[in-house]
Design a protein around this ligand. Structure first.
Ligand code: NAP
Length: 334
């Protein structure tokens, strides 16, 4: 019997091709994610779900899919999946670590530069016909990046990739993480700081922790008040890591100078969000991994992970390795 995979929405062709080679694919060829009902209705007899970060794979979803063996998500973040419950039910979770690291680090650096040098705000001034004076000594001044201090929160794959870029800008690099990374401290000549010290000392702060119970609102009013009034906060991790209400207050009242944000507490960002009216923010719509090459790699990696599990092999991109003890791998396809 062929294994059945439900693909929740349109994905790059390469992922689909891999799945179709081995499985019966129920392909929802739509740009938008499925409604909750659509998702629940379509997974009743599937062996695998291929999803994105916009589908909540929780207890209800897992319980509605009694044959479910593996979930492949086209993301490195897994905060949309109830990992503990999936593991307890023997459901394998495969994800896409590594293949989007450099692309996301590029975007973090783009946000550092564009927020500091007011790239988007001044572009808008030209387009709106408001560039009246050719040049003025005190006009459109921003903040220097070269040689300044960068604080990285979460020195994992993407955090370290941002540090490598910052070295080219001769920045002093500080980091905070759950654990000391002495190998990276030596390789990148970076220094560990407790989070409060990092917030006090940095000119730029770039966030790269996953969203977990511990990191939700890691940056709130207290933390923002510790930052320099000339500092810029960049978030390409997950929106809820920053308390957005507190951030709005900080930007309005000048506790910090600006923010470059790719992720938000609510996505899409509601048009009423005060962040939109602020000149000192650069906002991008969750495009950290959005390049042609990277999305192809993600589509492929998630599909390969699903197929490996169904073949009874342990994929390198398996997130919940403990699941192997709950439901040992068995060969279900050739
Ligand atoms: P990673 O390699 O796992 O790095 C995350 C780092 O944060 C790890 O060093 C981790 O330490 C650390 N960390 C975890 N909890 C922490 C805590 N409570 N306090 C301090 N440090 C903590 O992940 P990655 O590949 O760099 O990706 C990071 C995140 O970026 C993803 O989870 C995802 O949400 C986000 N992301 C966003 C986009 C986008 O489109 N904007 C694209 C890609 C990724 P341990 O390893 O010890 O847990």
């Amino acid at each position: 019997m062929k294994m059945k995979v439900y693909v929740t929405r349109r994905i790059p062709e390469i992922g689909l091709k891999i799945l179709r080679e081995y499985c019966e694919v129920i392909y929802r060829d739509e740009l938008a994610p499925p409604t909750r009902k659509e998702l629940l209705d379509n997974i009743k007899d599937v062996d695998a779900i291929y999803c994105t970060l916009n589908e909540r794979i929780d207890r209800e979803v897992i319980d509605s899919s009694p044959r479910l063996k593996v979930v492949g998500t086209m993301s490195v973040g897994v905060d949309h999946i109830d990992i503990d419950y999936a593991t307890s039910k023997g459901v394998y979770i495969v994800y896409t670590p590594g293949v989007l690291t450099e692309t996301t680090a590029d975007l973090a650096f783009a946000l550092i530069l564009s927020t500091a040098r007011r790239v988007v705000e001044t572009d808008r001034i030209i387009r709106e016909g408001k560039w009246k004076l050719a040049w003025a000594p005190t006009m459109m001044l921003g903040y220097e990046v070269y040689g300044k201090t960068l604080g990285i929160i979460g020195l994992g794959r993407i955090g370290a990739a941002v540090a490598r870029r910052a070295k080219g800008f001769r920045m002093k690099i500080l980091y905070y993480d759950k654990i000391r990374r002495e190998d990276l401290e030596r390789e990148l000549e970076i220094e560990f700081r407790e989070i409060d010290d990092l917030l006090r000392e940095s000119d730029f702060i770039s966030i790269h922790v996953p969203l977990t119970n511990e990191t939700r609102h890691l940056i709130g009013e207290r933390e923002l008040r510790l930052m320099k009034p000339t500092a810029i906060l960049v978030n390409t991790s997950r929106g809820p890591v920053v308390d957005e209400k507190a951030l709005v207050k900080a930007l309005r009242e000048g506790w910090i100078a600006g923010a470059g944000l790719d992720v938000f507490e609510e996505e899409p960002l509601p048009p009423t969000s005060p962040l939109i009216e602020m000149p000192n923010t650069v906002l991008t719509p969750h495009i950290g991994s959005a390049t042609y090459d990277t999305r192809n790699r993600m589509a492929q990696y998630a599909a390969e992970g699903i197929i490996k599990v169904l073949k009874g092999e342990e994929p390198e991109n398996l997130y919940n390795r403990e699941v192997v003890k709950i439901r040992p791998l068995t060969k279900l396809i050739d």
